[in-house]
Design a protein around this ligand. Sequence first.
Ligand code: 13P
Length: 292
Amino acid sequence: MPLISLKPVLAAALAERYAVAAFNPVDFNSMRAMVEAAVECDAPVIIQTSAKTIREYGHSMLSSWMHALAEDAPVPVVLHLDHGKDLEMIRKCIDTGWTSVMIDGSDKPFAENLRITRQVNDWANAAGVGVEAEIGEIGGVEEDIVVAEDDAGLTDPAEAESFCKELELAAFAGAIGTAHGYYRGTPEVRFDLIEEINRRTGVPMALHGGTGLDDTVYARAIELGCAKINISTALKHVFIDSFVDHKAANPKDYEPLSYVTAQRQALRALFAEKIRQFGGAGRGAALAQALA
Ligand code: 13P
């Protein structure tokens, strides 16, 4: 089916209390593994390109890969921009087939963040594209965005409420104690904030920093209003390790496609596991029908 906007996909997930898995691809093979895992699990899925990936391949190549992959899939697939900071890049995503964009103005003062988010919201709404926005800075390293522990600030629920009231968001990303990258200790996830933000805004929340959290954390966050969970770091490790492991197990193998296949199978297993953990399995075809 054609790529679908983030908004109805997350509205359904929030209503039924599951989260749609959002993965950051690095190439065609990882995108293909994401769509294959979603089809295997009969689940919706979000493919979210980082700015770095767009700079590597360009908008039109990524968009054409994703449109081709989604077209053959019987489940809803969203093409989303993760942590968009460059308005020109965001505008081009909207113009070249992304069905969702994140505007991340979280490093700016509230009024400036609201101003640029409103601008993106206007462009996106006119094109039927979903928007994710953030206030409160999420710590850790996400591609070339580095937020030191001291700069990471939790989201103020009152600010979240006035921010969301002014906009029409598909997803709200708050700083709720999670961080990008592997956790060094056990993170103190602020479930009270998730609950309060969701109660005040009613907007499905995106949980950033999804790698390395326990099942119980995922389940509680979903119950309280997180409808999108982002996974990037785990993917990077499987992407590299699957190549290295295949070489170690088959030292004489110089057939590139057998590496590519081994890698895709390993990625697909990771994605299917996350989709199931977040409760998305078995929802895809029904949601596709409801959205048709
Ligand atoms: P991880 O790298 O911790 O999986 O987080 C990914 C993310 O939140 C992307 O925005």
